[in-house]
Design a protein around this ligand. Sequence first.
Ligand SMILES: [Cu+2]
Length: 377
Amino acid sequence: MLDEFSACEKVVKNDLGMQTAIRKRGIADMDLVMVDAWSAGNFGLKEEEGKRLVRALCWLKTSPADNGYARPISGLYAFVDLNKMEVVSIVDNGPVPLPPRDGNYTPDAAGRIRDDIKPLDIVQAQGPSFQIDGHEISWQKWKIRFGFNPREGLVLHTVSYFDKGTERPILYRASLSEMVVPYGDPTGPINRNNAFDAGEYGIGMLANSLELGCDCLGEIRYFDAVMSDSKGHAVVIPNAICLHEEDYGILWKHTDWRTEHVEVRRSRRLVLSSISTVGNYDYGFFWYFYQDGSIEFEVKLTGILHTQALPPGVKSKYGNLLAPQLYGANHQHFFNVRLDMMIDGMNNSVYEVNTEGEEKREKIIRSAMPLLPKLGN
Ligand SMILES: [Cu+2]
């Protein structure tokens, strides 16, 4: 849990064994060491039983505001049992030189950001077209209830659509159920990286407080999220959920070429979103509702790659160099969404519609075009 991230960092930095190993690498200032608690996986070993193990991986900052992910302290990590909040064992495979370059991304550090762009103002002088009653939203023909919890983040409840005045149920409940990242590098320690970001860390627990003009543009309504920390104390994340409308280009258009009469309907969509930061990585989750009755779920992946140091001149076939001696391993993010459908009631079934080629294709074509030469494959 989020408060255990900080506690784990403290425990690792106070551990004499880790301090010795880090000093051996020429690092004097422990305050500049950054520790991320990575899930340890379970390999069925006896020493894993009954423990909540994490692998504490380390990075080095050159100043308090520096981006530490540019300098991984590779070849060294600690196993920490979060239940006892203590270092269980240390793995030290020998020092790997720190990558030479900084990786800072603030406008100050980068020296410049793009300035050849004029303001784009989104104005809804008459306010948004949705109504809010607690956590219930009415917009166009949609009615949506939503919640937020530490594990899944945003949850949709009882989504329905008004069809000629009749309220027709569509979804009973919908949410992200899990996100797993297996890493495609068989060498240690990265071969153990197999993070379940919802089940192990909690996508909701790690939600950002959103800011107008940065995370969301236009006429925004925010909602707080209320959860508990590892001790059971209430934690409020202000502005964790963002609700707004977006122009979404053209929904439908037709030009009558005889009369030159043109009809266009613009598309407007309703967006319910939240953003979560899991260590070095950030996810944006967006539920979209459209005027044609469709629902869309989009995940935006951003932030900073998980990094490791490689010795000078060394490359890996399992990933790419991001900078000299700084390596990002190949990996995939798999998102699972649980959709508890309720289209016009509880008795729903799934069927698949496919387009298939006609059998005896040549015979049909030949009967239509008898003079065609013999067709190839
Ligand atoms: Cu990734």
